[in-house]
Design a protein around this ligand. Structure first.
Ligand code: AMP
Length: 137
């Protein structure tokens, strides 16, 4: 699948659109989902321009999973999450709405998730949760 440089996460990576950042390094960025399926819903993305997991080189995949582990550990320690749902949609046919590869980290039981990309969350609450996660990273 060809990569669209104007997708919303590409704009976030270029700093053209704001986000509630929780972590960044040379290869990855982690920020809060603004339509959370549960409190503390975060996203981890590689900086590499991949639409789905199939386009991500293995070394970048390893870096991305390291960031997933860091953010998940912070969700557990800072938000008291007992469990975290890790979700990653590949292609529109799977329900992917943003065509830049991302991992969802949702601190909740899978049976309690709100609708995917359903409605905008409370921005003040999302900001406060981002600050808690960021503090641990
Ligand atoms: P997916 O459907 O797996 O591609 O997920 C895309 C996710 O990005 C959804 O959970 C949306 O709530 C989220 N999202 C869309 N726009 C933004 C944005 N500007 N900042 C943060 N999250 C976003």
């Amino acid at each position: 699948m060809s990569y669209d440089n104007n997708n919303i996460f590409a704009k976030i990576l270029r700093g053209e659109i704001p986000c509630f950042k929780v972590y960044e390094d040379d290869d990855t960025l982690a920020f809060m989902d603004i339509m959370p399926q549960a409190d503390g819903h975060a996203l981890v993305i590689p900086k590499h321009p991949a639409v789905t997991l199939l386009e991500l080189p293995a070394d970048k995949a390893a870096k991305t999973l390291q960031t997933v582990q860091k953010v998940m550990a912070a969700q557990k320690s800072e938000l008291g999450a007992k469990g975290v749902v890790l979700m990653q949609l590949n292609g529109e046919a799977a329900g992917q709405t943003v065509p830049h590869l991302h991992f969802h980290l949702i601190p909740a039981h899978v049976s309690e998730l709100k609708r995917h990309a359903g409605e905008q969350g409370d921005m003040d609450k999302i900001k406060a949760l981002a600050e808690k996660i960021r503090a641990a990273l």
